[in-house]
Design a binder for this molecule. Structure first.
Ligand SMILES: Nc1ncnc2c1ncn2[C@@H]1O[C@H](COP(=O)(O)OP(=O)(O)O)[C@@H](O)[C@H]1O
Ligand SMILES: [Mg+2]
Length: 256
């Protein structure tokens, strides 16, 4: 079982798009996948065709009320299991203030995933655009972090904070590492995007995924229909790119 968090404290870099479509692409390769939405906005939840306000149990019930993670799992129309999120998750930092071990809530919750029905090949966690308690919970519970990055002028800004956070959290989770940096929303006709892409390669080296996710309108349209891009337009450039990313990740997993 591999647990991968999709994190970057910048908003709008394609975290949620990656979480949903990577989960779908892994599922299309017959992998057993669970996606956990850790963003109160619940975009990953609705992106799989679930109604975020109609969830019987959400990740907030698990983290705040001790509901078993198993009881919050639902089979999504997208073809993989989901633990959804909604606004009930907002304000968790304040709700839990003063309590101890609040960074371990997700790790403890995931320990409940025993039994054959819960043997996932991949657990994908969609993080909020913040280095808040929720994101820290994800990183403590995770093996690898996938960092989506848009190749624009400010892309590298904030990266030092993210790298530092990962380094510091290694004290709590020695298994934590950067699984890969993913170029998203990429427009190869744009000179700046190509320059920044080159800078990222120089900075991250082998940590860069070979797969690049192009800017593709089908990826932006799909969530409005409550679908992953594989359901919405499986021949689109966006769908092809996420399937390629899934293949790259599965190959890496096999090599480990
Ligand atoms: N490769 C892409 N091509 C076109 N639009 C994209 C792409 N990736 C993301 N988007 C759109 O950009 C916006 C931000 O993406 P999102 O995945 O929600 O980012 P984040 O979760 O990092 O805030 C959304 O409207 C999404 O549909
Ligand atoms: Mg998001």
């Amino acid at each position: 079982m591999e647990i991968l968090a999709i994190a970057n404290q910048k908003g709008g870099v394609g975290k949620t798009t990656t979480a949903v479509n990577l989960a779908a692409s892994l599922a299309a390769r017959r992998k057993k996948v669970l996606m956990i939405d850790l963003d109160p906005q619940g975009n990953a939840t609705t992106g799989t065709g679930l109604q975020k306000q109609a969830l019987k149990m959400s990740i907030a019930d698990v983290l705040l009320d001790g509901v078993s993670l198993k009881d919050a799992i639902v089979a999504s129309p997208a073809g993989f299991d989901v633990v959804g999120a909604n606004r009930d998750l907002s304000g968790i930092d304040i709700t839990l203030m003063g309590q101890t071990d609040t960074h371990l809530l997700l790790t403890k919750a995931m320990a409940a995933l025993e039994g054959a029905a819960y043997q996932y090949d991949y657990i994908i966690i969609d993080c909020a655009p913040s280095l808040n308690l929720l994101t820290i919970n994800a990183m403590v519970a995770t093996n690898g972090v996938i960092i989506p990055m848009q190749c624009e002028y400010y892309a590298l800004e904030g990266l030092a904070d993210l790298s530092q956070t990962i380094e510091r959290l290694k004290e709590l989770n020695p298994d934590l590492y950067i699984r890969g940096v993913l170029r998203t929303l990429f427009d190869n006709r744009n000179t700046l995007a190509n320059d920044v892409s080159g800078e990222l390669e120089a900075y991250f080296g082998d940590l860069m995924f070979q797969t690049v996710i192009p800017r593709n309108v089908r990826l932006a349209e799909a969530p409005a229909h409550g679908m992953t891009v594989l359901e919405y337009d499986k021949c689109s450039k966006g769908a092809q790119a996420y399937r390629k990313l899934a293949a790259e990740i599965v190959k890496q997993s096999a090599a480990k």
